[in-house]
Design a protein around this ligand. Structure first.
Ligand SMILES: NC(=O)c1ccc[n+]([C@@H]2O[C@H](COP(=O)([O-])OP(=O)(O)OC[C@H]3O[C@@H](n4cnc5c(N)ncnc54)[C@H](O)[C@@H]3O)[C@@H](O)[C@H]2O)c1
Length: 403
């Protein structure tokens, strides 16, 4: 246990909740444990697999040592953060938690079973949260005797570095549970975006056209991977181009997310996956992790040169950005989140150069509507339909933030 004084050197805003239980010590669970421990909370990290616990502990030691070397934390802070986490191999050990965050395998049946067992150990006031990326919080909550204590708390990878956390109340979630969850995550120095319990929440929904429209542009033969990436980085200001990012995430993982979102939206053509990515995944061209994806990552390989045709680059950038804006506007139209939260989600969750609704204001709502209408006119496909909100705003001369 740490004292109040010690805590304040790490984080001067105290967490309203102190005893945190984390279920699953993989990529996400270990990162979330680090975040909570850094905020001064007492954390119990549980995994069925002892090797996962050992790995999480060793990896935290490595991360903290690096932070000390960089001068980001002192030796004392490192020791305190590490002491804040205990590694446990029985779910029962989480009995005294005030908040538990589950980050195990993405399987509804397994999650439900774990939640039921957990509820038999914890107190009535314990909040039970899931870090799921794709399952509905309502369905997870339905496994509990007290579903009103369940909420989605969705961190981004790597959890200690990414500022955004989506907090997702299910229809069963009580207002008090939502409020304290938000306050707790904010006290951990994260930016909270509250999202409706709908497929992909905010980020994994709004980001789809970044991949989908880039793949479509490639499939039409308008440009190659390198040119599309160059357009998005040089003109769009994105840190990585769509194909570099898909290679980084893994074509198997990214394709599956797209397919899941597409299915969950009852096959809305806006989210339609691309054969190109499916074939790359099937071929085992998964990206960096397999040494080859859209690009070849073997030693000494020279990247293809992008085209420098400014007209082409502008067209590519505008087409992808306007599709992203349309998706963000539609998320607002359907009350998935507030305008501020939608913008924060994309800048703090996936490092977009600016919020998409802010971007729409800068480009001009009329220009966005005209660009979408031109795409719709050319292709006659429903994926290019303009959000009713953008059209209404254009009619009324409104902007998202400036009036
Ligand atoms: N990886 C990401 O980028 C990311 C981002 C946001 C959310 N998520 C979500 O977070 C969750 C975890 O993802 P991850 O990438 O950390 O997975 P992971 O495979 O790295 O870790 C999962 C851990 O859970 C453990 N586990 C599995 N079943 C268990 C059980 N019944 N009881 C206890 N432990 C169990 C495994 O031993 C493993 O250590 C998933 O729901 C995923 O959708 C992942």
């Amino acid at each position: 246990m740490t004292t109040q004084n010690q805590k304040s050197t790490i984080n001067n805003q105290q967490s309203p909740i102190n005893n945190i239980g984390i279920i699953g010590a993989g990529t996400m669970g270990s990162g979330i444990a680090q975040v909570a421990a850094t905020a001064g909370c007492t954390v119990k990290l549980f995994d069925l697999n002892q090797a996962a616990l050992d790995k999480a502990k060793a990896s935290l030691e490595k991360i903290m040592t690096r932070l000390v070397e960089k001068g980001r934390v002192t030796e004392e802070e490192k020791a305190r953060i590490q002491e804040n986490i205990s590694y446990v191999n029985a779910l029962k050990e989480l009995a005294d938690s005030d908040l538990t965050i589950e980050a195990i395998i993405e399987d509804l049946g397994i999650k439900k079973k774990v939640f039921q067992e957990l509820e038999s150990y914890v107190s009535d006031s314990c909040i039970i949260a899931s870090n799921t990326s794709s399952l509905s919080i309502a369905s997870i909550a339905s496994s509990l005797q007290k579903p009103e204590r369940c909420v989605g708390i969705h961190f981004f990878n790597p959890a200690p570095l990414m500022k955004l956390v989506e907090v997702i109340p299910a229809i069963q979630t009580s207002d008090a549970v939502l409020k304290i969850s938000e306050e707790t995550i904010k006290s951990w120095k994260k930016v909270v975006a509250v999202a409706k319990d709908t497929p992909g929440f905010i980020v994994n929904r709004v980001a789809r056209p970044f991949y989908g429209e880039a793949l479509r542009i490639y499939e039409e033969g308008m440009a190659d991977f390198a040119t599309i990436d160059f357009a998005m980085k040089s003109l769009g200001g994105f840190r990585m181009g769509p194909f570099e990012l898909m290679d980084f995430i893994g074509n198997d993982v990214n394709y599956t997310v797209t397919e899941t979102v597409f299915t969950a939206f009852y096959y809305d053509p806006r989210y339609k996956p691309a054969f190109t990515q499916k074939r790359f995944a099937e071929a085992g061209y998964l990206g960096r992790k397999s040494g080859r994806g859209f690009y070849d990552y073997s030693e000494g390989t020279v990247r293809p040169e992008p085209s420098k045709d400014q007209n082409l680059l502008e067209n590519i950038k505008n087409r992808i950005v306007v599709m992203l804006i349309n998706e963000a506007a539609d998320a607002l139209f359907l009350n998935i989140a507030s305008a501020i939260d939608i913008d924060n989600a994309m800048t703090k969750g996936v490092n977009y150069p600016k919020g998409l609704l802010t971007w729409a204001d800068e480009l001009g709502i009329d220009n966005c509507v005209n660009a979408l209408d031109a795409l719709y006119e050319e292709y006659g496909e429903d994926r290019y339909r303009c959000s009713p909100l953008l059209r209404r705003m254009n009619r009324e001369g409104k902007m998202f933030f400036r009036n």
